[in-house]
Design a protein around this ligand. Structure first.
Ligand code: GDD
Ligand code: MN
Length: 408
């Protein structure tokens, strides 16, 4: 067979008959394969230098503009872009799919029944393949023009991660009000319990990492909450070799920030997980703290009903326990299981299963304490052990039956 001249192949799509059958197409590919062109073309698509991962929640008005700007800035670089969307009500995932139809380098991972910036980033990175991976926000607050400099810094070797920083010379926090700037500084100071003090902007959500450095620590990430960079620095055995590159944090392009007051709780849980998570899961700490608040609720209800003589002690106890359980359920759903929060019908089913689990826990609590007390243990250790047994039971069982199976 006479090999086709290259020029012909390049112009083939429009020259092919509109009615080309599958067999025609197959034979054309076979010809191209024989002369080695298709194989090279495939490889060109596969050899990505840079993957960009963007977590999204309600960012439909930003994804097209971000994609356009990345295309402009990254000319000459083989890149891929993955949005990880938590089933945004504004149909961000659909908006990304429309972009994918125009540009195969763009994709979406749509997670259902899940929330969380960090876990979204981790799953996005794992779904990509380039030797360097950048993580950035969708709202254009992170200056995409920094990416080539980050890639260059890492490409030279000797570094694991390049971080877009607001707190090194030349960096700016943009239009933040004094309160948010203060909170950010405070969070940065606290982070130094788990990350190197030399890192000026550990709160940054904008960085590029060598894939190998990421893979080395991915199994020890907590993936809780918002602060993936703190998590990366505080995980793994080898310290990350880093550089911080200044940029100006811009104003949000469209839509609203997802940062709310619960982010502080998430952040606390991340730090606890990094400090003691090896021995006690952070979720159990959260569960225990909320349980302690539940004891106060119990006592308050009991005092309000029993003291004025409205009900007997026994009925007062039962009512107080029920109110405390409802309280614990809702607060745990809000904080401990924020990333897999139950809503709608699942909320009511969850409440029922939680109350069932905790009722068994209460019986176990009294039973264990009674047993120990009758075996010559002091009343204080007997009662405390009863509480611990019930807490562990409630946590383990409700994390499975009420909030579904999870690892940490
Ligand atoms: N998949 C997913 N799931 N994405 C989320 C979620 C979530 O639960 N919450 C927020 N996002 C996405 C947003 O859509 C956005 O693209 C990005 O994560 C950052 O969220 P913003 O709501 O814009 O956060 P911010 O601007 O207040 O804070 C950002 O900047 C800080 C300073 O650099 C974040 O990057 C922080 O991590 C960072 O500390
Ligand atoms: Mn933002």
């Amino acid at each position: 067979m006479t090999p086709l001249p290259t020029a012909d192949l390049a112009s083939t799509p429009t020259d092919w008959p509109a009615t080309a059958t599958m067999a025609d197409t197959a034979s054309i590919s076979a010809v191209a394969g024989t002369i080695g062109l298709a194989a090279d073309a495939d490889r060109a698509v596969l050899a990505r230098e840079l993957s960009i991962v963007v977590p999204t929640f309600n960012e439909s008005a930003n994804v097209a503009e971000l994609t356009r700007r990345l295309g402009e800035t990254l000319r000459g670089i083989a890149w891929e872009l993955v949005f990880v969307d938590d089933d945004s009500p504004d149909r961000t995932a659909e908006a990304v799919r429309r972009l994918s139809q125009q540009d195969a380098r763009v994709r979406v991972i749509q997670r259902i029944g899940r929330r969380g910036l960090s876990s979204a980033c981790v799953e996005g990175v794992l779904a990509t393949s380039a030797p360097f991976v950048a993580v950035m926000d969708a709202d254009l607050q992170h200056d995409e023009r920094l990416l080539p400099a980050m890639l260059q810094a890492l490409g030279k070797g000797g570094l694991d991660i390049a971080i877009g920083s607001r707190y090194v010379d030349g960096g700016q926090i943009g239009e933040w009000d004094e309160q948010r700037a203060l909170i950010s500084r405070l969070a940065t100071r606290v982070s130094h319990a788990v990350v190197p003090a030399a890192l000026k902007d550990p709160m940054s959500g904008f960085f590029m990492i060598r894939r190998e450095a990421f893979m080395d620590r991915v199994h020890s990430l907590s993936a809780l909450g918002f602060k993936i960079l703190v998590d990366l620095f505080a995980s793994g055995t080898q310290p990350l070799r880093f550089v911080e590159l200044p940029y100006e944090f811009r104003a949000r392009h469209a839509g609203q920030s997802k940062l709310d007051s619960h982010v502080a709780w998430d952040y606390g849980m991340l730090l606890i997980d990094k400090l003691i998570g090896r021995w006690i899961p952070a979720r159990f700490v959260s569960f225990g703290l909320i349980g302690s608040a539940g004891v106060i609720v119990h006592m308050a209800v009991l005092a309000a009903l029993f003291k004025p003589g409205l009900v007997s002690f026994q009925l007062g106890q039962a009512l107080a326990a029920a109110v405390a359980m409802v309280f614990n359920f809702f607060v745990n759903n809000l904080l401990t299981y924020r990333d897999q929060r139950l809503r709608g019908a699942r909320l009511l089913r969850g409440l029922a299963s939680f109350m069932l689990v905790c009722s068994v826990g209460a019986v176990a609590n009294v039973g264990v304490a009674q047993f120990l007390f009758s075996h010559e243990q002091g009343w204080v250790p007997a009662a405390l052990i009863g509480i611990v047994v019930a807490a562990v039971w409630n946590f383990a069982t409700s994390s499975f039956y009420t909030w579904g199976r999870r690892s940490g």
